[in-house]
Design a protein around this ligand. Structure first.
Ligand SMILES: Nc1ncnc2c1ncn2[C@@H]1O[C@H](COP(=O)(O)OP(=O)(O)O)[C@@H](O)[C@H]1O
Ligand SMILES: [Mg+2]
Length: 237
């Protein structure tokens, strides 16, 4: 049975999608895209869900079949998302059951799930069966307030915080806030992902972590994602 890692946060723009993509590649996972606007891993991967007649995730749940992931060169395997997940998303229970079944049937050690910011029913379904809830956040205070809410509401969940877009000299106030939020909880903090200004301009679809070696400004980011991969493997042991 594959381990399930759910990338989740209350805020957008904190590198959930980038993280799902890179960790999906690092862990040789099947990535399931539950983000329902078309800004998630599906579009990054290069799939065009609107050109397809069906909605793989919803069709699989309706028929009781296990979806067959798309494969690509130097990209993680993918079960693509679709905008209708936002309006006709499956309920909590059905999503949980489906993910457990798929995780048992796919030939993989990991399933990585990208989610939409906030809490839809099917997101709750994914969170309920997560072996790791990876919560990316920047060290900016608004994002940390989102993290604080998440940690408060998810005390029983296996939450690991992933600091993202971290500058060489991280802001002391943000660091302190992060420490306060995680103090006296089970929450762990993974190795931070550096800020890389060129990420927003990157046009390649292959995972940064698949490049050998990546362009210089991306090397530390790739190294850190590999460390985060090792971190979550240890965490679920
Ligand atoms: N290491 C990085 N440093 C700075 N910006 C980044 C980095 N990685 C990704 N970005 C940019 O941040 C934005 C949000 O990333 P994304 O992964 O889509 O976040 P989310 O899924 O949480 O909304 C994108 O424009 C992306 O290109
Ligand atoms: Mg996203």
């Amino acid at each position: 049975m594959a381990k399930i890692l759910v990338v989740h946060s209350r805020k957008g723009g904190v590198m959930k999608t980038t993280t799902a993509y890179e960790l999906g590649y690092v862990l040789d996972a099947v990535v399931v895209d539950l983000e329902h606007d078309l800004t998630g891993v599906t579009v990054l991967w290069g799939d065009r869900p609107l050109d397809r007649a069906g909605v793989p995730i919803l069709d699989a749940i309706a028929s009781g079949r296990t979806p067959r992931p798309l494969k690509g060169y130097r990209k993680p395997r993918l079960v693509p998302g679709h905008p209708s997940l936002g309006t006709e998303g499956p309920g909590r229970e059905r999503m949980s059951e489906a993910l457990l079944k798929w995780a048992a049937e796919w030939d993989t050690d990991w399933v990585v799930i990208d989610t939409h910011p906030g809490a839809a029913e099917h997101t709750h379904g994914a969170l309920a069966v997560a072996d790791v809830v990876l919560a990316p956040t920047t060290l900016d205070l608004p994002d940390l307030r989102g993290l604080e809410q998440l940690v408060d509401e998810m005390l029983d969940y296996p939450v690991v915080v992933l600091p993202t877009k971290v500058r060489p000299v991280p802001p002391a106030v943000g660091l302190k806030r992060l420490e306060q939020i995680t103090a006296d909880t089970q929450v762990q903090v993974a190795p931070p992902i550096p800020f890389v200004s060129s990420m927003g301009q990157r046009t390649k679809r292959i995972a940064v972590t698949s490049e050998n070696p990546p362009a210089k400004p991306l090397r530390l980011l790739a190294e850190r994602y590999k460390m985060v991969g090792e971190f979550v493997k240890e965490y679920v042991k």
